[in-house]
Design a protein around this ligand. Structure first.
Ligand SMILES: Nc1ncnc2c1ncn2[C@@H]1O[C@H](COP(=O)(O)OP(=O)(O)O)[C@@H](O)[C@H]1O
Ligand SMILES: [Mg+2]
Length: 321
């Protein structure tokens, strides 16, 4: 049984008199234990709505959201659901409940009824994870936006949910802070088997996930493995950027140089060297490739379905030179 399952979920927000905004339409997905999924989409595509639905903050107008088989519409299951699904939302100001950082982080574990020694251990561990131990006694309202966001992340870490959803939670951090949080989340996933759904508009972060779900105007238009990047148009069609190595490989392909689908700088350099020669690339040559052309091609059939995506996923994206 999937840890989290959306079955044909519709959700609309009331807007004005009799009007409404459709935020999610017939969305279906499943996240299993231990998975690392990136959820990407433009502003307003429904990502935060999906996160709110996942932990029962809102319930679907149509369809069902199930956590371990229990519908979020069942109020008696909510406590259990929130213990299993932890969400770090975009705005850290709305997530602080106490006036001392360490109390704030202890709030979740206390609600779980854990013994005081374990609560202490979890609070210290969570503070260390986000590099904020020295702020344990501070008042959250005196912290910067990025620091508050780290505390919010620590608060959810301390609950050790089976699935952690980060809703653009690293948006207020500098690149180094983002890297640190990403490393913590990856460790949690790899070493403790916790599932992660990373909602992000940083495509380099998305490229680190095992699986990517693309939302476009409330609809899931792709759901597959890293091999999805082999069809860059599914991203650009949804208004998304591509990770730099993918942009470069698309530009090279347009010039007749096939380097496969490298997803990070090391893979890109290795694949490019293998494709052109064993010589190192002079810096000027790298500059010349940086402008992506023909990334958007209108004549490519839409890879909108699970069919394409899953086939790509099975390929794994690693079988090219
Ligand atoms: N509280 C709200 N009231 C009315 N409309 C909303 C509200 N929250 C989101 N929406 C609308 O729902 C759609 C999806 O929003 P959201 O889930 O926040 O997208 P994302 O997180 O991808 O930016 C957008 O059109 C947005 O304007
Ligand atoms: Mg959002």
């Amino acid at each position: 049984m999937a840890l989290l399952e959306f079955k044909n979920v519709d959700y609309s927000y009331p807007s004005g008199d009799d009007d409404f905004v459709r935020a999610l339409a017939s969305a279906s997905l499943a996240v299993d234990r231990g998975e690392f999924v990136a959820l990407v989409g433009c502003n307003g595509s429904g990502k935060s709505t999906l996160a709110r639905l996942a932990n029962g903050l809102i319930t679907p107008d149509g369809g069902e959201v199930l956590v371990d088989g229990k519908p979020t519409s069942d109020k008696s299951a909510l406590y259990d659901i929130r213990r299993k699904i932890g969400v770090v939302f975009q705005n850290p100001d709305n997530q602080m409940v106490t006036t001392v950082v360490e109390d704030d982080i202890a709030f979740g574990p206390e609600n779980l009824g854990l013994p005081p020694t374990e609560i202490r251990e979890r609070v210290d561990w969570a503070l260390d994870c986000v590099g904020m131990r020295e702020y344990a006694k501070s008042g959250p309202f005196r912290l910067s936006g990025g620091q508050k966001q780290r505390i919010a992340i620590a608060g959810v870490l301390a609950i050790k949910p089976e699935l952690m959803i980060l809703d653009e939670a690293t948006g207020m951090l500098d690149p180094e802070g983002r890297r640190e949080v990403m490393n913590v989340v990856k460790r949690l996933n790899r070493d403790e088997g916790r599932a992660v759904v990373m909602i992000t508009h940083f495509m380099e972060e998305a490229a680190e996930a095992d699986r990517i779900i693309i939302l476009d105007r409330g609809e899931i238009v792709a759901d597959g493995g890293r091999g999805l990047f082999k069809t860059p148009e599914v991203f650009t069609r949804a208004g998304l950027d591509l990770p730099l190595p993918v942009r470069l490989s698309v530009a090279l392909r347009a010039r007749g140089i096939e380097v496969g689908t490298p997803l990070d700088a090391d893979e890109f350099v290795a694949a490019t060297l293998a494709a052109i020669s064993a010589e190192p690339i002079p810096p000027q040559a790298a500059d010349a490739c940086a402008k992506p052309e023909n990334v958007l091609t209108d004549d490519v059939p839409q890879a909108d379905g699970e069919g394409d995506a899953e086939t790509e996923a099975e390929n794994g994206g690693e079988d090219e030179p």
